[in-house]
Write a protein that binds this ligand. Structure first.
Ligand code: NI
Length: 208
């Protein structure tokens, strides 16, 4: 047992160092517990989820209305200069190639620019593409919710003249007849691969 001042001081110092180290470990542990499950959840939370949006015909469409038929869904906006018209055009070509099987699939184009993409505007825009493609729009909150469910990124980018454009995820998400995520089609993916994935989706097999 230390009894003198000289002996007690280093012992106390050692004690407080150990106490501080323990406290730091406990705090690290708490921080890890708070942050880690959220990180894991974000990484594994499934693509897709409930939504209710408005079609270009002005009708409500919910995820539950889609049960029983697989669907392909992608996000964009009608004023998109390149990615969206290209995706819509390639999807139109793919649907044409599917022939009668195209009826076994739904294709949804969700606007990430709902303020400008009214149902009327969507209807006019989609006349240039395959009639199987349903345009969906909604309130900012409704679009934010479905964007979050599909892990979609989109952002308003000012163009300097008081106008703006949108940056957005260019993937097509493939969802099975139960509304479960079944794969993706990348922007400008080869038509053969695109068709193979759509045929698999229609057949009820998992597309990768
Ligand atoms: Ni686009």
């Amino acid at each position: 047992m230390p009894t003198t001042e000289a002996e007690i001081r280093p012992a106390r110092r050692l004690g407080s160092i150990i106490a501080l180290a323990c406290l730091a470990l406990v705090l690290l542990g708490i921080a890890a517990m708070l942050v880690w499950p959220r990180a894991v959840q974000t990484a594994v939370s499934p693509v897709g989820g409930p939504f209710t949006l408005t079609t270009q015909a002005g009708e409500k469409l919910s995820d539950t209305d889609l049960r029983g038929k697989p669907f392909a869904i992608f996000f964009g906006f009608t004023r998109c200069p390149e990615v969206c018209p290209t995706t819509l055009w390639e999807t139109t070509q793919a649907l044409k190639s599917l022939g009668p099987d195209a009826d076994k699939l739904r294709v949804l184009f969700v606007s990430v620019d709902p303020t400008r993409d009214t149902p009327e505007f969507m209807a006019r825009y989609l006349q240039s593409f395959d009639s199987h493609i349903t345009g969906l729009t909604g309130t900012e909150a409704e679009i934010a919710a479905i964007g979050k469910a599909y892990h979609v990124y989109y952002e308003k980018v000012p163009t300097g003249d008081g106008d703006y454009t949108m940056n957005h995820t260019a993937l097509i998400f493939l969802m099975d007849a139960n509304g479960q995520f079944a794969g993706t089609i990348a922007y400008e993916e080869a038509m053969d691969a695109r068709l193979a994935k759509l045929r698999k989706l229609i057949a009820g097999k998992e597309a990768s």
